[in-house]
Every structure is written in C-alpha cells, then in structure tokens.
Design a binder for this molecule. Structure first.
Ligand code: GTP
Ligand code: MG
Length: 505
C-alpha cells in the first residue's frame, strides 16, 4: 500500500532517548537516578540493592533551551541479575556505565560493558563518587584503559563525566552529554503505528491484579486498544504513566503501567498492540506455539541425578528469573533443583499443597511472606519454607541444602598395606601369616581386603598382631610382623593385605 507507507514515512519523528544505567553493584546507579529525579527510592530498597529494573522519565532543557524528555532505566548491579542488564540494554538507546572512582573497574563493570558492546549501544562512562576521600579519577581511567575502554583524552573517544551522584556534581554535564548523543544518533519512531515495546516489570497486586511496566519503543498506545505481551493479554482500560497517573494515550520511549493482565507476562518479552481483541488473541496463539516448541526442546535436556523440587515465590517477576539463573548454576550431575512452580505473590495454601506432595520439596520466598492461613496449614504439612530479601543469602542457603541432601558415597580409603611373605596355615579357624608393612599402618581390628595381582579376591579382619613374637596393637610402614587373620580366603605368599576404612563423602 504505497499510500500508507508514504504517510507513515512522513510521520516519522525524533523520539526521546531511552538510557540504561549499568555498572557494578553499589557503584551508585540508583543514587544517580535518584538525584536526577530528586526523589528517594534508593532508601526504600532492601539493603540498598536494586533487585528489579525501574523506569523513569525526566525533563531537561537542552542547550537551545528546548524541553527534552529522557527515559531512564535503572538496572541492578548484582551478579545474579545479568539477564535484567541484558534486557535493559536491549530496550535502550544509550547506556551509562557507572564506575566508582573509589573501587575502580569490577566484575560487573566488565560484564555491563560487554553487554553494552553486544547491544551496540553508544555509551558514556560516569566516574562516580568523586566526593569520597579515596576517590581516584586517574586510577579509574587507567583501570578502564587496561580493560580496553579508551576514554577521551586516554587514546579513545568514549565520553566520560566525573560525577558525584550523592552531591550532584557533574550530573548536569552528564544529562547534556546524553542529549548530545541523542542528537547525534537521531532516534526516531512513528507515532501513527500501533505501539510495541518491552515488558520491564511485572507483578501481582492483591488489590489490583496483575500489572506490568512496559516501555514503548515505537508507536502509540491509546485507550480501547489491546496489548499482547508474550502470551498474556490486557486491555488499556487501566493505563498509567510512570508516576502512577491515569493516562489515555502514550507514545514512544514512555514507560507505562498496564493493569489487568490475564496472567503474568514474562519480563523481557516484547509486546504488540492491536485495535481488536481478535487480532491480539491471534498473535498470542502464535507466541504460544513458539513457546511450546522451545519448552519441548528444553525438557529433553533435563538430567537424571537426584532432584529437589522447588517452588519460588517473589514480589516481582524479574526476580524469578534471577533466582532461576542462580539455581541453574548450583545444579550438578549429582543433585539439581527442579522448579515445579514459580510465581509472584505471597506463599499461600495452594503453594504448600503443591509442595506437600513430595516431602523433599522446598518453597523459597523472595520479598514475600508466608500467609497466615498457609502457616497454619504447614503445621501439619511441614513443607520446608524459607524467605529471603537478599539474593546471595538465598543462594547461600540453597548451597547448604545441596550439601545436606546430595547423595552420599561410601569411599574405601586404604590406610596401610602389608605384603604377605609367608603363610603358616590355620589355628582355631584363623590363618597365621607373616609379612612386611609396605605402606601406612596395620592395626588390630583393621578390616582388610586381600589383593592378588591388584585384584580384590576377598576381605577379612586382623585379629592379632605380633612383632618379634610380642603382641602389639599397630605395625608401621617398613616393619615385619606376624598376623592372625580372620578371612574366608586362603591367603598366599605375594598377596597384599590392604587395611581400609569406609569414608562417607
Ligand atoms: N559518597 C558518595 N556515596 C555514593 C555516591 N553514589 C552512591 N553512593 C552510595 O553508595 C551506596 C550504593 O549506592 P546505590 O545507588 O544503591 O548503588 P547501585 O549501583 O544502585 O547498587 P545496585 O543497585 O545494588 O547495583 C549508597 O550507600 C549510596 O549512598 C556518591 O557519589 N558519593
Ligand atoms: Mg541500584
């Protein structure tokens, strides 16, 4: 339809940049955004650690005095959230790599950097915490240089801004730099298209039902339309801007909240919008088909060791994935977790009933509670339930559980060897043998195995030991001795008696 495409082409417009803030844990990403927004969300987070992605819009005048919008995505720096960083990067146009001038380049600085490269995002390095007494901007720049991140003035062209997210120093320069980069790249969109984008956050609210924060990458979403996010459907009846205010329309680069999803949409999935419910449903069927295909493939890979069935409940959907990722790292051939259910919300009676089917099951909650009705029920079911608010505490506990439950192996440990030099026949059903200890030690009461040409031909027990015809309790490496041996095997000259113990490993 040439007519339409001309129209669409002509309505292409410059859209606000979406900026993702990435970097190592605690390097000051949320503080930076906090300063930019002049609000205070950091203090509300458990342990100050960002555990989900958040999106905000801010207004800033550019150098020409024009009011401009910038959308920011905060990401967590903790190792467990790499998927969220990847998604944050895939939703963004520009990245800010925050590096603490106190700590320099750390593991997740590099991981974030690689994610930025993979997503081919233009980026700015923000050297943060310059107000701190131990801050060392030059050392941080050198650190970056060593890792191949060549800043302006250091042999490269990567822009950087020294800042104090806490005091606000340099933050304005950073904002201007973002607008400059946005101007250079001219990110565009077409507001006459139906909106599409990415699901950034999803959660179940006891009062409101399922809601999700969605970032519109292109097009416009109006009330009356239908949104298919992954395989979940929602109307635009309840649509809010990032401040929670009801809106009737939203367009590119805006994070919005939609309420009333049929089921929790997968965080990171893309969404499309449609004018009719029928179109949205058709789209969902296609998505479901693809998903089933993927699932079938994954199931084949499941392995056969001992499994611990696990149910995961969290406050936001993104955390489920982070926990799943941590769990997949813990799994090994001997023992692995099998996620039998996961979801957003408190741990309720139906979780316990599901967990109660197999006594090995565990339920972990992250930033959620065990409901009181469920607690009563668990008096009789006794399902192991643990709740956490810090990721690494959860993984530490899972590691302990693995250690506790992994299959134990009985291992034979040889503590001494004796070479048989002479046999003297039997006395009272026991054999009398003469030999030399060639390794370790042999003691009275030791269990032994009889080795003939390196093959075990039977076992026995040392009833008595003598050295120079004097009874003794133990004979060490290098000494000759006489043995009274209990064994069904007729020991012969040249056999080796190995004293062993069984160790549980
Ligand atoms: N003195 C000083 N402290 C800062 C600065 N920026 C951040 N901090 C402090 O560093 C700590 C961590 O800051 P956050 O903003 O939570 O760090 P983050 O990068 O968001 O951490 P994650 O989300 O867990 O990855 C907090 O105690 C902040 O107050 C700064 O510029 N100067
Ligand atoms: Mg944070």
């Amino acid at each position: 339809m040439p007519e339409n495409s001309t129209k669409n082409f002509s309505s292409t417009k410059v859209r606000p940049p979406v900026v993702v803030v990435m970097g190592h844990v605690d390097h000051g990403k949320s503080t930076l955004l906090d300063f930019i927004r002049k609000s205070n969300i950091v203090d509300g987070e458990a342990g100050g650690i960002t555990q989900h992605i958040s999106a905000y819009e801010v207004l800033r005048k550019d150098e020409k005095g024009l009011e401009r919008t910038i959308t920011f995505l905060d990401t967590p720096g903790h190792e467990a959230f790499s998927k969220m960083r990847t998604r944050g990067a895939s939703a963004a146009d520009i990245a800010i790599l925050v590096v603490s001038a106190e700590d320099g380049v750390k593991a997740q600085t590099l991981e974030a950097y690689n994610t930025i490269l993979e997503s081919k995002l233009p980026y700015i390095v923000a050297i943060n915490k310059i107000d701190k007494p131990n801050a060392n901007i030059e050392k941080t720049k050198n650190d970056l240089l060593e890792k191949g991140i060549y800043l302006e003035g250091m042999g490269g062209d990567i822009p950087f801004v020294p800042i104090s997210a806490k005091a606000g120093t340099g933050v304005d320069d950073l904002l201007l730099m973002i607008l400059l980069i946005a101007d250079m790249h001219e990110f565009t969109g077409n507001p006459s298209h139906n909106a599409n984008g990415i699901v950034i956050e999803a959660k179940r609210d006891p009062k409101r039902g399922i809601s999700a924060t969605c970032l519109i990458k292109d097009g416009t979403l109006k009330s009356g339309m239908f949104v298919a996010a992954g395989d979940s459907l929602v109307t635009t009846r309840i649509m809010e801007n990032f401040l929670g205010k009801p809106i009737k329309e939203a367009t590119f680069s805006s994070p919005i909240k939609l309420v009333g999803f049929e089921k929790i949409p997968e965080v990171g999935s893309t969404f499309e919008s449609f004018n009719t419910k029928k179109e949205a449903e058709e789209y969902i069927y296609e998505v479901k088909d693809e998903k089933d295909d993927r699932k079938n493939k994954n199931e084949i890979k499941e392995h056969l060791g001992k499994t611990i069935p696990i149910i995961i409940k969290t406050d936001v959907a993104g955390t489920i994935e982070a926990i799943e990722k941590e769990i997949s790292k813990l799994n090994n051939d001997e023992i692995s977790f099998k996620i039998i259910n996961s979801g957003v919300g408190n741990i309720n009676e139906s979780d316990l009933k599901m967990g109660g089917v197999d006594k090995e099951s565990i339920i972990v909650g992250f930033n959620t509670k065990l409901e009181s009705g469920a607690r009563d029920l668990n008096e009789s079911l006794k399902v192991r339930v643990e709740t956490f608010d810090i990721i690494y505490k959860l993984t530490d506990w899972l590691k302990e559980l693995i250690e506790e439950r992994r299959p134990r192996q009985e291992v034979v440990e040889v503590i001494g060897k004796l070479k048989v030099l002479k046999t003297f026949g039997e006395t009272k059903g026991k054999q009398v043998v003469g030999g030399k200890v060639i390794d370790g030690r042999i003691s009275v009461g030791s269990n032994i195995r009889v080795m003939r040409r390196d093959f075990e031909i039977g076992t026995g027990r040392i009833a008595e030991l003598q050295m120079n015809k004097i009874k003794t309790k133990e004979v060490l490496d290098g000494s000759d001795c006489g043995i009274l041996l209990e064994s069904k095997i007729d020991v012969a000259t040249g056999d080796v008696l190995e004293a062993f113990i069984i160790v549980i490993k």
